[in-house]
Design a protein around this ligand. Structure first.
Ligand SMILES: [Zn+2]
Length: 84
């Protein structure tokens, strides 16, 4: 089982100008030096599976094929962490 040992959030900016949008401020979730979520605001919360790493050119879920996770346990713990 994998557990977060050093979770932190960081503010970042993603440049969506190539998709006709603007530069947006996002919150990222890291565990130590490992980025887990590149834009918490763009994760498809409420669906399964979740795309934790969305396309950095547009922010749309499903634009890129990778970055999916399926949470089996500790969803409430992770949710609590993300809203702090
Ligand atoms: Zn995209």
């Amino acid at each position: 089982m994998w557990q977060l040992t050093d979770p932190t959030t960081r503010k970042a900016e993603l440049d969506f100008t190539s998709s006709g949008q603007s530069v947006v401020s996002v919150t990222q979730l890291w565990d130590g030096s490992v980025q887990l979520i590149n834009a918490i605001e763009f994760v498809n919360w409420g669906d399964l599976p979740l795309q934790f790493v969305v396309c950095e050119a547009c922010g749309f879920v499903r634009c890129q094929p990778q970055g999916w996770v399926e949470l089996k346990r500790d969803i409430l713990n992770l949710d609590t962490l993300l809203t702090d």
